[in-house]
Design a protein around this ligand. Structure first.
Ligand code: PLP
Length: 556
């Protein structure tokens, strides 16, 4: 029987009783959106079809013209407005090669829809039992995957890899200064990460009030991993100046170059230095937001190779796996499912080796008058920085079930395979584009141009170049960024202005610029590489030409 009533506010909502008529209406609206996006798809370019004039006054025009309609709008018409938002939007076609910006997988999207259908609040299992159940399940699954004891570990879904780094810092402060949550943060606490670490820790230092001057950057090696001897020196320095090292972020998979810090060595170094001064070891967070997903190979039978990966791919995966094997030594971890987990934003999972640590930052009963601490309900996340939380764990749960271990292994292996093919083809066809993260088997490649097509990378690393010389090469690379950026609707590449910090002959550290290809679309295949490299070669040639022209005196 139909419950549909003309002009009822109930028409804005899904049905109460599950009747077929309202379900049909709902399904039609969803179909309208999906069909609308399908009609915009264009596998020969990067962006969806459609017009979008991004004039200089684009945003000011929007501000001027936007107003809430005084009357209700039919959802079919609203859907047309929604679809217009998507016109010319970047889409993950085979030419989407820019950064760690994945497509949301079907299991990931369906998990989100499931969560939205009941709209539970993941703050408390009385309000959001589905989210609580999914969260406990995925924490256990991922704990087992990395080698944490699932009986002792804990965690929750949070606002990004940055949120995980932030909470790691909250735990670190609370471990060293148990009164800090009430009395405030002492002034002599210091944290450490490498020069290639994500800027999340920088931000967290500001937000906790420690101040980013208390973040000590540790030098990196040529493979973008942390130089633990420099960590030792800098920890000693901090201590001798009266400071206390409380937190070290070990980046296990840098965002640009996939450098993987050696967590075992970092932990050992930290233990030695701290013990030498009768101090407690700093809290160690492995920032595995991006790279942690390679833990899916922890149990892979590399000798038997059941998924029949080709030798170079197998070899690359083995190397990555070896560098990742000490993840479980870290006190906390992060899995950004919105990255290699293939779920929509935001679905980051913060994992804590010892769940009891969370009590250090939990709220007391008298501070939570509305929720938790009742005779009913067993799961109340008073330790999160968020109050209300979306049940993004349901999307993660969906993806983990659908992909399974082998699904993730096959996907990641495909990314690695395509990237290996790119490196090989680039080396052959465009030798003047020097690969500068070649020490890291990965899903991305950084490449750098040099004036006079002279490979200066080794010299740069060894501190044999002047600041001016490096700047000249950086300028050339910036020109390539511009050219590629202008044409990003054809192929969408990434770039970085901070690949490695290097010393110079004039004792001024500086950074290297590099263009980037990131294999992130499941639609980019080995067979597309010749075309992609030919396109790059064309653009690189034109950059060299205009560079040479600019060096000619006018009229000469
Ligand atoms: C992406 C990334 C972050 C930040 O994650 P968000 O989810 O964007 O907050 C932190 N660390 C690393 C290594 C990352 O790759």
């Amino acid at each position: 029987m139909s419950t549909y009533k003309e002009n009822s506010v109930q028409n804005f909502f899904p049905s109460e009783d599950g009747n077929a008529e309202e379900r049909q209406q709902f399904m039609q609206l969803i179909e309208q959106l999906i069909t609308g996006v399908d009609d915009l798809k264009n596998p020969d370019g990067v962006n969806l079809l459609g017009e979008k004039e991004r004039s200089k006054s684009f945003y000011t025009d929007l501000i001027q013209n936007s107003v809430i309609p005084s009357n209700s709008t039919d959802q079919k018409e609203v859907n047309e407005h929604l679809l217009k938002l998507l016109h010319n939007h970047p889409y993950h076609s085979k030419y989407f090669l820019t950064n760690i910006l994945p497509m949301a997988s079907t299991p990931g999207i369906l998990g989100m829809i499931t969560a939205f259908l009941v709209n539970g609040n993941n703050l408390w299992d009385v309000y959001g039992p589905a989210g609580a159940e999914a969260e406990v399940r995925v924490i256990s699954m991922m704990s087992k995957l990395v080698g944490y004891d699932p009986q002792l570990s804990g965690g929750y879904t949070t606002w990004g890899g940055q949120g995980a780094i932030f909470t790691g810092l909250r735990l670190a402060i609370a471990k060293f200064a148990p009164n800090a949550p009430r009395k405030g943060v002492p002034r002599n606490l210091y944290t450490f990460c490498s020069e290639s670490a994500h800027y999340s820790l920088f931000k967290s230092m500001e937000a906790t009030g420690l101040g980013s001057d208390h973040l000590i950057k540790v030098r990196t090696l040529a493979d973008s991993s942390m130089d633990t001897e420099d960590l030792r020196l800098k920890m000693e320095q901090v201590i001798s100046d009266g400071g206390i090292p409380v937190y070290i972020v070990a980046t296990t998979g840098t965002t640009d170059a996939m450098g993987i810090d050696n967590v075992q060595l970092i932990k050992q170094t930290a233990e030695e230095v701290s013990a030498g001064h009768g101090m407690q070891r700093p809290h160690i967070h492995a920032d595995s937001a991006l790279g942690g997903f390679f833990a899916f190979f922890r149990q892979y039978d590399f000798a038997g190779n059941p998924l029949e990966f080709q030798a170079p791919v197998l070899n690359a995966l083995r190397q990555i796996n070896n560098r990742m094997q000490h993840l479980s030594l870290a006190d906390t971890l992060c899995f950004d499912f919105q990255k290699l987990g293939q779920t929509p934003y935001s679905t980051s999972l913060f994992l804590v080796k010892n769940a009891a640590d969370l009590q250090l930052v939990d709220l007391a009963e008298e501070e939570t008058p509305y929720v938790g601490h009742r005779g009913y309900g067993d799961y109340h996340t008073g330790y999160t920085l968020e109050c209300s939380r979306m049940a993004s764990s349901i999307s993660i749960y969906s993806a983990l079930l659908a992909f399974g271990v082998t699904g993730y292994q096959r996907l990641l292996a495909q990314f690695v395979e395509v990237n290996l093919e790119f490196r090989e083809t680039l080396r052959r066809e465009v030798p003047e584009a020097v690969i500068v993260n070649d020490l890291n088997p990965a899903i991305m490649t950084l490449f750098r141009l040099y004036p006079d097509k002279q490979n200066n990378f080794e010299a740069e690393l060894s501190g044999l170049c002047s600041h001016a010389e490096i700047e000249r090469a950086n300028d050339l690379n910036a020109q390539l960024f511009e050219v590629l950026g202008q044409n990003r609707d054809r192929m969408f590449f990434g770039d970085t202005k901070k690949h490695l910090v290097v010393p110079t002959t004039d004792n001024q550290d500086t950074t290297l610029y590099a263009a980037k290809l990131f294999v992130i679309s499941p639609y980019t295949q080995v067979s597309h590489i010749p075309e992609i490299v030919a396109y790059l070669k064309q653009n690189i040639d034109s950059v060299f030409h205009s560079y040479a022209d600019a060096l000619q005196p006018i009229g000469g």
